[in-house]
Design a protein around this ligand. Structure first.
Ligand code: MG
Length: 384
């Protein structure tokens, strides 16, 4: 890795792990820094493997080529790392946060999420960011001496992207001045964490266009309403006029890919340039000083508007598309019914969950960890 900028999270200055651990075996020098170690722990975790079978937008069984939470997370890591390298930020930390950022997501995408939120409303609520943190802090069972993966402060800080004030206060009592303190004192997370948030949005905006067009729910004509898309679509056709005329099916796909590639590249350069300017203006001399600044990893004002327009286009035309809503309504009902069954009969869950005293939270932990297909099987077993 190239020299880290002074405002990057320096691995040797990590605020460490919740449980003291030796960073390397006694007989060998360490060849991984704490954030590389975090990334490796995430990749080897059970929750990470489950992301393969969790819905991003399209239900997992609807087609083999649609994004899942896994491929989405890999795309976020790829975009994040490219930008991190250009800005001399801590690429390993960005990768760790990106790969872990969706670990707490329920099966069946947004629908499953909304359903579990509603079920848990009387019992302290359910927040997927907080759940991602619970997965790495508590729910993974991989070490003899402690629960969770015992990740470094910086990775956990990045995973906890949002958090309701009530939950922030709760975490802050257990972990004074820890990862939730920023929600109470109004400071920012590390630049690496800020970058992951933006890379997340860049990734899903782009891949949801791809999946949306591939599924036939979005058309290229419709996409002309989105300036960010229309600009590069026109540019691609102007440069490769033969793509417009020959073999509409296969060539149309190349036009789509080239348009998305250019959109991604433009956004990446935009973030790099806008962030460089903000860094120059605020000149943070350390990662902690960067946390005291306003958010610095950002789009230019013009790109921010274009990205917002794309996001709202996708919301209206894809996420709320009647065909998407119809399949997700079924998924929502499945989560609600599963929740009710486990709440009434905790013994239907594995012992580790069934024996917990806070039954609703145990159900939420168990249910949110499920893959789409496991939840479907459980639903068939319990409601037949
Ligand atoms: Mg995401």
């Amino acid at each position: 890795m190239t020299q880290l900028a002074p405002y990057a999270c320096q691995p040797e200055l990590s605020r460490g792990r919740r449980y003291k651990e030796q960073e390397a075996p006694a007989h060998a020098p360490s060849f991984r820094n704490p954030h590389q170690r975090d990334r490796d722990r995430i990749v080897h975790s059970t929750a990470f493997r489950r992301l393969v079978y969790k819905t991003q937008v399209f239900l997992n069984h609807e087609g083999d080529l649609f994004r899942t939470r896994m491929t989405h997370s890999l795309e976020v890591a790829q975009l994040g790392r490219s930008i991190a390298r250009a800005l001399n930020l801590n690429e390993d930390l960005v990768e760790a946060i990106a790969l872990a950022h969706d670990l707490g997501h329920t099966p069946f995408g947004h629908a499953g999420q909304d359903a579990l939120n509603e079920c848990m409303a009387p019992y302290g609520g359910f927040e997927h960011n907080l759940q991602s943190l619970r997965v790495v802090d508590e729910l993974e069972e991989r070490y003899p001496a402690f629960n969770g993966l015992n990740l470094s402060f910086e990775t956990r800080e990045g995973i906890l992207k949002h958090c309701a004030r009530r939950n922030a206060e709760l975490i802050n009592t257990q972990e004074p001045n820890g990862i939730a303190a920023r929600f109470l004192n109004g400071t920012q997370p590390s630049l690496e964490a800020q970058l992951c948030n933006l890379a997340d949005a860049i990734a899903y905006n782009a891949h949801d266009i791809d999946d949306g067009v591939r599924s036939g729910l979005l058309t290229l004509e419709q996409m002309q309403d989105v300036s960010l898309f229309a600009r590069y679509h026109a540019q691609t056709l102007a440069e490769y006029p033969h793509l417009q005329t020959q073999h509409p099916n296969t060539q149309g796909r190349r036009v789509l890919y080239e348009t998305i590639r250019r959109m991604l590249s433009d956004q990446v350069y935009d973030v790099i340039n806008a962030t460089r300017a903000a860094l120059q203006q605020h000149a943070p001399a350390s990662a902690d000083e960067a946390r005291q600044c306003p958010p610095l990893v950002q789009f230019s004002a013009a790109m921010y508007e274009e990205s917002k327009a794309l996001k709202s286009f996708l919301f209206r035309n894809l996420y709320r598309h009647p065909q998407v809503m119809q399949t997700t309504d079924g998924a929502r009902a499945m989560v609600q019914e599963l929740f009710a069954v486990y709440l009434a009969k905790p013994q239907e869950m594995p012992a580790a969950y069934a024996q917990r005293s806070d039954v609703p939270r145990a159900v939420a932990d168990y249910l949110s960890g499920m893959t789409d297909r496991f939840a479907t099987r459980e639903h068939a077993r319990l409601t037949a």
